[in-house]
Unconditional design. Sequence first.
Length: 287
Amino acid sequence: MNRSILARALALVLLLAVPAFAQQPRGLKVFISVDMEGLAGVVTGADVSPSGADYGHFRAIMAAETNAAIEGAFRAGATEVLVRDSHGDKRNLLPSAVDPRARLLRGASTGAKNMMEGIDSTFDAVVFVGYHAKAGTPNAILEHTSNGNVIDFSINGVSLPEGGYNALVAGRYGVPVVFVSGDRAIVEQLRALVGPIAAVAVKEEVADASLGMSPAQAQEEIRRGVEQGIRNRAQAKPYRLQPPYAMVLEVKQERGIVQGATKVRDGKLTFTSPDLLAVLAAFNAMK
């Protein structure tokens, strides 16, 4: 075979090979952020505190709801799942208790993403499990924003729960939130911000008590809801606000003022930046 024929044959092989590579499907990556206050049955702070008598019980429920979400994600076609332990010191999920198909990010982080540490633009969907309503929300269970010192946190005039500003972090990377579980108050609150996503209200407040599903039922509903949310992810839109991002933070007790922040009055601070993560870093430093 002369060189001319060999060259043409090689060119033909390469031409046929390119479409094969180009048609390989891209993997489906899912990010799951898991808190504790919105878990089935949780009703007091002691339930989600390492010093609480029933913490071990609810820690197991946290793992079970996490695994239900992981199972739902894989049923929907996920090829990779990252779980972020998002409660307290971020050391609640025991690695051996989490579905081995998922990766687990645990431990407090120094970055501004906090409960969303690990998210980037390679993900296709975000899932929230065990979430709760913002501080001051009526008819809610263990409602608060980040910690007990925050009265209200808003960006561009929009008052946000943790699920709201975490959705903004996901939106910064073009990733939509497709599912949330927790009490009825956070389901309604988050849907009002990001749209009619799949959701499971595992409980609701009744005279400061919790009326809700059994853990087994909650897990089954979460499994189904996550699968539905991920399958319908094209209908969910990344949650975004337009920059610059003007934060207003109201706290019970001031804990310091970062450079660039302004004190409006005692307990009320503002900070503005074109970078969402800079705003969240200021929030984390002053809350």
